[in-house]
Design a binder for this molecule. Structure first.
Ligand SMILES: C[S@@+](CC[C@H](N)C(=O)[O-])C[C@H]1O[C@@H](n2cnc3c(N)ncnc32)[C@H](O)[C@@H]1O
Length: 300
């Protein structure tokens, strides 16, 4: 029987934690690649714990590492995976003792009960019916609509014509892509996200809405076979890494678009993003919406 580690990043691991028959599980494929590169061990990226006969599960969490809902859902999964035996779960908690004990008690205490943290939210663009979407703990903006994503969807839905092939990068639960596809007839949709909970939610939404989409789990954009095939690129990238991830979005947009294809990126701070976009595209037009800026560029 093996030991399952979940919630650990490459920097948390060393020879000791990785010794023996150990499997590393992560939710974001970026962390899988980082663990494999640094430690030369195979990691599993999936929205739920991998199946297996686990002797023990070590789960690293804390208020700064993930939302309370995600921590609770993952601890529930740890419990289920070892038949509810608390001795086979080790909680590595970076935070206050009281918070750790609260979390533990919700899963292993006498009043423990199984909770479902999936949530529905609705969103719409002008002139179209609202759509209902599911989000899961771990998805960006769980339970609500992001104003930046909405500004992006409204702009793209207003500007593109019917029958276009759209790449929604960093799709989350699919807000932008599904809003545009539901408003603009004949839109064909490809969605990419690095987080397995996001791609799982997008799959659920694609089926529930009856909007077909190719949904890809990746942190380095679309596969080569899709290069030069898109009419439109839409992205609402995270901005926590000094534009490193925004650069991955721009690189992908340039590679994935046809000549004359249009890229739309949304952000709060256009002055910060504009020079990044200009490394990839010759010109940028900036439009303000909902307190956000949408940066539009055309592939020459
Ligand atoms: C700001 S959220 C946008 C979510 C959704 N599009 C919206 O507007 O509500 C950014 C998304 O980018 C994803 N992401 C981060 N790095 C990524 C990468 N390298 N490749 C693809 N997606 C990435 C995150 O998991 C997250 O879902």
């Amino acid at each position: 029987m093996s030991i399952l580690l979940t919630g650990f990043k490459a920097a948390d691991l060393d020879r000791k934690t990785l010794s023996g028959d150990v499997v590393c599980h992560v939710l974001d494929i970026y962390h899988r690649h980082a663990i494999e590169k640094v430690h030369h061990v195979k990691a599993v990226c999936s929205a739920h714990l991998p199946e297996g006969e686990w002797e023990k599960i070590r789960f690293k969490t804390g208020p700064k590492l993930m939302s309370g809902e995600l921590a609770l859902e993952m601890l529930q999964e740890c419990s289920d995976a070892v038949g509810g035996d608390p001795k086979r779960v080790e909680l590595v908690f970076t935070g206050r003792e009281r918070e750790r004990n609260d979390l533990w008690a919700k899963v292993f205490g006498k009043d423990a009960r199984k909770r479902d943290f999936s949530a529905h939210y609705t969103a719409s663009v002008p002139g179209s019916k609202p759509i209902s979407l599911v989000s899961l703990p771990g998805c960006f903006c769980h339970r609500r609509t992001d104003e930046g994503g909405l500004a992006l969807a409204e702009t793209v839905a207003k500007e593109i014509g019917p029958g276009k092939k759209l790449l929604d990068m960093g799709c989350g639960s699919g807000l932008v892509g599904f809003l545009v596809a539901s408003a603009v007839p004949g839109t064909s949709l490809v969605m990419v996200d690095s987080h397995s909970r996001a791609t799982e939610a997008a799959e659920i939404n694609s089926k529930a809405l009856g909007i077909p989409a190719e949904i890809i789990l990746a942190d380095n954009g679309t596969p080569e076979r899709m290069d030069g095939t898109f009419d439109v690129f839409a992205g609402n990238p995270p901005y926590y890494s000094e534009y490193r991830i925004a650069e991955v979005f721009c690189e992908t947009a340039l590679r994935a678009l046809k000549r004359g294809g249009v890229s739309y990126l949304v952000c709060k701070n256009a002055a910060g993003l504009e020079p990044v976009v200009k490394k990839y595209f010759p010109s940028v037009e900036i439009a303000k919406r909902r307190g956000y800026a949408v940066l539009k560029s055309v592939k020459p």
